[in-house]
Design a protein around this ligand. Structure first.
Ligand SMILES: *[C@@H]1O[C@H](CO)[C@@H](O)[C@H](O)[C@H]1NC(C)=O
Ligand SMILES: *[C@@H]1O[C@H](CO)[C@@H](O)[C@H](O)[C@H]1NC(C)=O
Ligand SMILES: *[C@@H]1O[C@H](CO)[C@@H](O)[C@H](O)[C@H]1NC(C)=O
Ligand SMILES: *[C@@H]1O[C@H](CO)[C@@H](O)[C@H](O)[C@H]1NC(C)=O
Length: 957
């Protein structure tokens, strides 16, 4: 539903912007001030089991709505599937009638509040469903027994001597005489069997199969997927009410990253599929497939002895292992495709964290999923790893890229809101645009669970967002900020300057292009794998790869040695069609598997002979090299200080039908002023959008050429901005092109006239786009900053009501006076308090100044968790964590003014102080050291809080 809606508003908008006079224009992005629910973050919503209260479930959903969230992902956690059950899981297990009522309650509440509803396909991580054990569709593995004939434990097998004795077996026995030789033979017998692994444990004396836990399904066949969907169809969606609620509120069926084990992942019919696909029988090569690299996340080898062939110099298992992975991946793709079709039949999409951690091809699999999802934790919060995920998605036209965001293994209640904001910002910087916050736990009572409430993962992972958190009262500001950035990063199609080719045989993600020199110069890049290049419908036109999509200007092959025949053929096709290709480091000429090596060699040989294909050492590759080749960034960046401390990430979206380009910028480096040149059409009008306040403002100072707009912008560390270039609706009139340093900024006032904000008493000049240069005579010096205080501080302390319930209470501590602002950790009785502090003071607007002739800024000092402020009881718009300064001019009055600032803490200190008495689902904190070894964390308003006065001058021109 969302995509059609967005096209509709974009068209509508163009008409509207031309009709209104510019002072009435709200801005080029219609929903920006108040984004729709599909753009707002969702929460992963954990509940412990189906014994929970459906009233509390419905209320929790409403709480998500009330804070400004967009929806939820319903996940029945069952203590990570491990139990022990504290309630009767025969009755309250996943998929039981009790579970169905929880599902119904959550769906009902989502529909009632207009929220988006996703659901995990099984308990814990959605990897299995209740089943009779050992029935078709459940997870399979291959195991073996081995017998040494003659002597010794060996682990290097003579590849050429391997033979398949299957034909000689009869009813499980084998009669065979080894050839006469001096060697030792290892006789392997392989068995296909069910792994019998459960994603939720069985319970003793379960009455029925339905109450007997959930079983991992086979992830390498459509049969495994069908096992899951049949379960849903027959047990949960066999209900018109639920199906119709699902059509109303449902968005995605969902599966988490795969966490499952097997000696060697397998599926019935694997050998036939292998032989058909790879052209030879796998049987002789099975012993070498039991490698650590085939286990979950390369964890450890499944047997004490790992076999390799004597010809395998790299000792990796060799090309047979890659052929195994390719074959396994084909089965996995059928598994994913089944969910796609099933979800579609229900009016939903499917979302999954595809492939990674397993011996599969993530890059090939991402495009199959409607809403592919990565995670901040599993991707090490590393945006270069995110780019390995976004590239395949963008190339395939997937415009929804989801992320499970905010899990850190630092102890629950330790994540600050600015830290979460930082993770959100990094995601948008590479086009990850759909946030699923990890998470929101059930708020009701649960067995053997104390304040602050049910805490999944036994306090090991963050975060337990919800009303138990002091920050929740201010959390809506972040929800809106997130939603506005999501909306912008979902517009149109992404435009990315460079595609890097990489081939990764590993289940472990690692960085490819080191450093951030490309980013500093403004280049954007992402990564594509062999399967992505080889997609038949990826084409080059006008020297651009996928011109209607990400429109890469070149492919860079940086430090890569291997490739497939199909990808090598694609490179040749691209180069012949005029795409520049840069090979920095070795020319990849090696097949990782038994793919056609001769074809690869021939293709790569032909490739490097073509004009436009540049081979160089990895060391010589640089932004300067790209620029010398004529490959320029869409947003080129320099710092005004020349310090090169800043590192500005940009992410570019283009919407042809709406006639606009949208660019998200994030400074991940030190504070600096950046000069950015955006490659946009001559009739584009620049706007700056503020994701914190929702404002859309025409940029008043910029330079234009017939194919670019250049502007300067200061950015603090971790500060983001949004620039929109709206085509064809240029309002009449002049703008500034530059100004002297004594001017802080120039903007359009409400009458659409230029106004300057002057920061000192020097003569100031402003050059206008009509050629006029205005000179402002020296001004009186603006008054010095006014430091505020003393403060009255009132703390609301978040505490348990008792030791036996999840209920908390808020006690208001007696007000105190602070002459200087210090963190609570430095105030003896506040050290272990968590809560909200309200700071109040008054100040007099200097009687010799006129408010309207000034811009008055309020500086808050660092925000340690969250902050909200009121001037004369009117709310100050949400404050940017990275640049905590607000223009409060319009809220001031002559004479006495009052200021109230509320700040929150995390719940960490209060939890740390009570660690011995806390329990969740019967257990204490899993890693008590996260609390006992850590110091109390400083929170509070630390300032300095000051009022700054700048002169406001209307320009006459
Ligand atoms: C066994 O080893 C001996 C001594 O190294 C050698 O002479 C003989 O040819 C070997 N026999 C076979 C069957 O390989
Ligand atoms: C593998 O090695 C471990 C540690 O040496 C030993 O305890 C275990 O019995 C071995 N397993 C097999 C199957 O040999
Ligand atoms: C190729 O075309 C199909 C069908 O139009 C589309 O679904 C797919 O996303 C395209 N793939 C790429 C890589 O563009
Ligand atoms: C090339 O990749 C290898 C690992 O595959 C790494 O050790 C090496 O540092 C990389 N070289 C460059 C120049 O990035």
């Amino acid at each position: 539903m969302s995509r059609f809606a967005s096209v509709a508003w974009a068209v509508f908008l163009v008409c509207r912007a031309t009709r209104l006079s510019s002072s009435e224009v709200e801005g080029p992005i219609l929903d920006f001030a108040s984004p729709r629910n599909v753009d707002r973050p969702k929460f992963r919503y954990w509940f412990p089991d189906a014994s929970v209260s459906t009233t509390v479930i419905a209320n929790d959903v409403k709480t998500i709505k009330d804070v400004g969230g967009g929806g939820l992902e319903l996940l029945s956690f069952y203590n990570y599937g491990q139990g022990p059950p504290l309630t009767n899981w025969s009755t309250y297990g996943f998929g039981t009638p009790a579970f169905k009522e929880v599902l119904r309650a959550a769906l009902n509440a989502s529909a009632e509040h207009g929220l988006v509803f996703d659901f995990a396909l099984g308990p814990n991580q959605g990897q299995g469903v209740p089943s009779e054990p050992a029935t078709p569709g459940l997870a399979y593995e291959l195991v073996y027994g081995v017998t040494e004939i003659r002597s010794g434990i060996i682990n290097t097998l003579k590849g050429s001597s391997a033979m398949d004795l299957t034909i000689l077996t009869m009813s499980g026995t084998l009669t065979w005489t080894p050839p006469v030789s001096n060697g030792t033979y290892s006789l392997f017998a392989f068995y296909e069997r069910y792994t019998n692994e459960q994603n939720c444990i069985s319970i003793p004396n379960a009455q029925t199969w339905l109450g007997n836990g959930s079983w991992m399904v086979d992830h390498f066949s459509a049969t495994g997927a069908k096992k899951m969907t049949d379960f849903w169809d027959h047990n949960l969606f066999d209900d018109d009410d639920i199906r119709s609620l699902l059509r109303e509120a449902g968005e995605y069926s969902w599966e988490d990253s795969m966490e499952m084990m097997a000696a060697l992942w397998w599926t019935p019919g694997f050998l036939d599929r292998f032989e058909k696909g790879r052209g030879y029988s796998a049987i002789k090569y099975l012993p070498v497939m039991f490698q650590a690299s085939n286990l979950w996340n390369g964890y450890s080898p499944p047997y004490n002895t790992t076999y390799i062939f004597d010809t395998d110099l790299a000792r990796t298992g060799g090309k047979y292992l890659q052929d195994y992975k390719t074959t396994l991946n084909e089965g996995y793709q059928e598994y994913l495709q089944h969910f796609q079709q099933w979800a579609k039949s229900l009016g939903l999409g499917h979302s999954a964290q595809p492939a990674y951690n397993l011996p599969l091809d993530m890059q090939a699999d991402i495009p199959i999923v409607e809403a592919p999802e990565l995670e901040s934790l599993g991707f090490n919060e590393d945006i270069d790893l995110y780019r390995q995920f976004t590239g395949p998605a963008h190339l395939a036209g997937r415009n929804v890229i989801s992320t499970e965001i905010g899990a850190r293994r630092i102890g629950a209640y330790a994540l600050t809101v600015p830290a979460l904001a930082g993770l959100l910002q990094d995601s948008y910087a590479v086009g990850v645009n759909t946030m699923v916050i990890h998470g929101f736990p059930y708020t009701g009572e649960y067995v053997q669970t104390t304040w602050p409430g049910y805490t999944p993962f036994q306090y090991e992972f963050t975060e337990m967002w919800g009303p138990r958190m002091p920050a929740w009262r201010h959390f809506g500001d972040l929800m809106l900020y997130a939603a506005r950035n999501a909306l912008i990063t979902k517009i149109g199609v992404p435009k990315v300057d460079l595609a890097f080719y990489y081939s990764s045989p590993s289940t472990v993600l690692s960085d490819i292009y080191p450093g951030d020199d490309l980013t500093r110069a403004g280049y954007t890049h992402e990564y594509l794998g062999p399967a992505n290049l080889a997609s038949p419908n990826v084409t080059v036109s006008g020297g651009i790869l996928a011109a209607d999509g990400p429109a890469y200007k070149t492919i860079v092959i940086y430090n890569q040695t291997s490739i497939t025949s199909a990808a090598s053929a694609a490179l040749l096709r691209f180069a012949r069609a005029g795409l520049p290709i840069i090979i920095a480091g070795p020319v990849p000429r090696t097949s990782l598997d038994t793919d056609n090596q001769a074809e690869i060699s021939a293709n790569m040989e032909a490739l490097i002979g073509l004009p436009g294909v540049n081979v160089m050492s990895a060391r010589c590759f640089s932004p300067a090299y790209l620029s010398a080749m004529g490959i320029t960034p869409r947003a080129s960046v320099t710092t005004l200080s020349g310090s090169n401390n800043g590192s500005l990430s940009t992410f570019w979206k283009h919407d042809e039908s709406a006639g606009l380009d949208a660019v998200y910028v994030l400074n991940r480096g030190k504070p600096d002023s950046f000069k950015i040149t955006f490659a946009v059409q001559a009739d584009s009008v620049p706007w700056e959008l503020d994701a914190w306040t929702g404002s859309q403002t025409r940029v008043a100072t910029y330079q234009r050429t017939n194919n670019s707009v250049t502007l300067n912008t200061p950015l603090q560390q971790n500060q983001t901005k949004i620039f929109i270039f709206a085509r064809g609706d240029a309002p009449e009139g002049v703008h500034a092109v530059s100004h002297s340093n004594s001017i802080k900024s120039v903007h359009f006032n409400t009458e659409n006239k230029l106004e300057a904000i002057v920061k000192n008493n020097k003569t100031a000049t402003i050059a206008l786009s009509n050629g006029t240069v205005l000179t402002l005579p020296p001004r009186p010096l603006p008054p010095a900053n006014l430091p505020l205080g003393p403060w009255s501080l009132t703390i609301e302390s978040f505490e348990p009501l008792s030791n036996t319930s999840v209920q908390g209470r808020i006690s208001t501590l007696p007000p105190r006076t602070l002459t200087t602002l210090v963190p609570w950790t430095q105030i003896p009785d506040l050290q272990n308090i968590s809560g909200i502090g309200a700071y109040e003071t008054t100040f007099t607007f200097p009687p010799n100044l006129t408010i309207t002739e000034h811009q008055v800024l309020l500086h808050f000092g660092p925000i340690l968790n969250t902050l909200r402020a009121w001037v004369n009881s009117s709310p100050v718009p949400p404050v940017d964590f990275a640049d905590p300064v607000s223009d409060v001019t319009s809220l001031l009055r002559p004479g006495l003014n009052s200021l109230r600032i509320e700040v929150s803490s995390t719940l960490f200190n209060a939890v740390k102080a009570r660690l011995p008495t806390i329990l969740s689902a019967g257990g204490p904190a899993q890693a008590p050291g996260d609390y006992t070894k850590a110091d109390y964390v400083p929170f509070g308003l630390v300032g300095p809080v000051e009022v700054e006065f700048l002169r406001r001058v209307s320009l006459e021109y």
